[in-house]
Ligand binder design. Structure first.
Ligand code: ARG
Length: 464
């Protein structure tokens, strides 16, 4: 019966006598997507048959034939000499079918004590472990690019913004290092996900487990998982690990989108705090003068896709009874798309990081507008004159009002002007309006002082 597999017929053709409608065959086939799992599928199958042999479920001869066949198939696919056929539905059936072509009926032993329901998640988890490591690598390189920029800009002063209104002077290095923190958290998310990724689904078979005396510890060890999954029903139903992956990618792309948006704003003619180099801008078809930040807009836009993939998966799982349903087949397409997207997005983010100029002059100018050192004066009054902070805040507000009335910056005010607000103030108060002093003074742990930044850069270089 199994040899029917040779005739390009599905394994179930004895039971299901009519071919599927061509329409269903077309939508039901996932081969164009899951062929990406061929390495994992062949690797896991080899370990599975090793285990079957070890447990005397199959003979040495059969095992060797299957391993030989799998190796041959691996090479064929690697060398692009393998024809993927829509009729074989998915990567698992394609490989099984080819194994029949190569070694005949003994190929049928490969599916002993296994179902595609466990097979597919073994492959998928193995893929996702590698994919997560890949993303972590990309994040690491991106962190290095950011640290380089920070090192060159420790003394570059810019305004920080809250509500997009000028807040307090900070170092540009401090600002950009915020993204190192964000990306380090992203990294951690992928690393935490490993705990569930490292549970081995192989051996739960279709849903109930198997009557064969298999050794799940053996396959767990060989496939470098940590332990076997504990409940066969949960195992074939569970796609939480896909959600974790898609969520982790979504958060990382969220960070990239915030970076992209800020750089778009800062590169605008209105802000003019940075300038993108020619490598990362595009022109306009009608306006000859234009240099548009399309790369950043691409990053911001694609974030929508990674969220979309997460939401698609959440929606697929909502209310789905246990255990396996065809609905789940789309999990791979979503994960592959998000993975490809985050990888290219991190690479593009680095291209931008390596191709922009900091407009230091404009940063200082903007930091000088909007009375950004007012808080420094209020803090000083608390320290020097022992005023409660609220009283110091009030005095400083009046000084800001005065500066505004006179059309002056805070550091253009005179001693007599500040004395007119509070007679206790003297000329040393004027020093507080200096931007560098302001930045230097923020020595509290995590603050923007130059000394803090230098220490943080050292720390990130060791471990971010
Ligand atoms: N290609 C299927 C998937 O990706 C494999 C599992 C199929 N199992 C089944 N009973 N149809 O989900």
């Amino acid at each position: 019966i199994m040899s029917k597999n040779k005739n390009n017929k599905p394994v179930w053709s004895t039971r299901i006598k009519k071919n599927s409608s061509s329409l269903f065959a077309k939508v039901g086939s996932s081969i164009n997507i899951d062929k990406r799992l061929y390495k994992q599928d062949i690797y896991a199958s080899s370990v599975h048959v090793e285990m079957l042999f070890k447990k005397k479920i199959i003979s040495l001869q059969v095992k060797n034939k299957i391993i030989w066949g799998l190796k041959k198939i691996f090479n064929e696919i690697n060398k692009k000499k393998f024809t993927f056929n829509n009729q074989s539905e998915d990567i698992h059936m394609s490989i099984e079918k080819r194994l029949f072509d190569l070694i005949g009926e003994d190929a049928g032993f490969i599916h002993t004590a296994r179902s595609r329901n466990d097979q597919v998640i073994v492959d998928f988890k193995l893929w996702m472990i590698d994919a997560s490591n890949d993303i972590v690598k990309e994040i690491d390189i991106t962190i290095k690019s950011i640290i380089k920029i920070a090192e060159k800009n420790i003394y570059t002063i810019m305004p920080s913004f809250t509500h997009l209104k000028n807040a307090q002077p900070i170092s540009f290095a401090h600002y950009i290092l915020a993204y190192v923190e964000m990306l380090s958290r992203d990294k951690k998310r992928f690393l935490y996900n490993k705990e569930s990724l490292l549970e081995n689904p192989l051996g739960v078979a279709a849903i109930a487990g198997t009557s064969f005396d298999i050794d799940r510890e053996f396959t767990t060890k060989k496939l470098k998982f940590n332990k076997p999954t504990s409940n066969s029903v949960d195992t074939v139903s569970d796609r939480d690990f896909v959600l974790d992956f898609l969520y982790s990618i979504s958060v990382c792309s969220n960070h990239i989108s915030r970076f992209a948006e800020e750089f778009i704003l800062w590169n605008s003619d209105a802000f003019d705090l940075i300038k993108l180099k020619d490598r990362v801008v595009t022109g306009s078809s009608i306006m000859p003068q234009k240099k548009n930040p399309d790369t950043l807009e691409y990053l911001r836009g694609k974030t929508g896709h990674t969220y979309g993939n997460l939401f698609s998966m959440l929606t697929i799982l909502k209310g789905l009874p246990l255990s396996y349903f065809k609905d789940l087949q789309d999990d791979k397409e979503l994960a592959f798309k998000s993975f490809d997207q985050i990888k290219i997005s991190l690479q593009i983010m680095r291209e931008v990081l390596n191709n922009f100029i900091v407009n230091k002059k404009k940063m200082i100018q903007l930091a000088e507008t909007g009375y950004t050192t007012a808080t420094d004066l209020a803090d000083y009054i608390v320290r020097e004159h022992k005023y409660p902070f609220r009283k110091a805040y009030l005095v400083t507000s009046k000084i800001v009002n005065l500066a505004e009335q006179k059309g002056k910056k805070l550091n253009d005010l005179t001693v007599s002007e500040i004395k007119s607000i509070d007679k206790n103030l003297n000329e040393s108060a004027l020093k507080l309006f200096n931007l560098e002093n302001s930045v230097k003074s923020k020595k509290s742990y995590g603050g923007t002082s130059f000394e803090n930044i230098k220490k943080m850069i050292k720390k990130y270089k060791k471990h971010a």
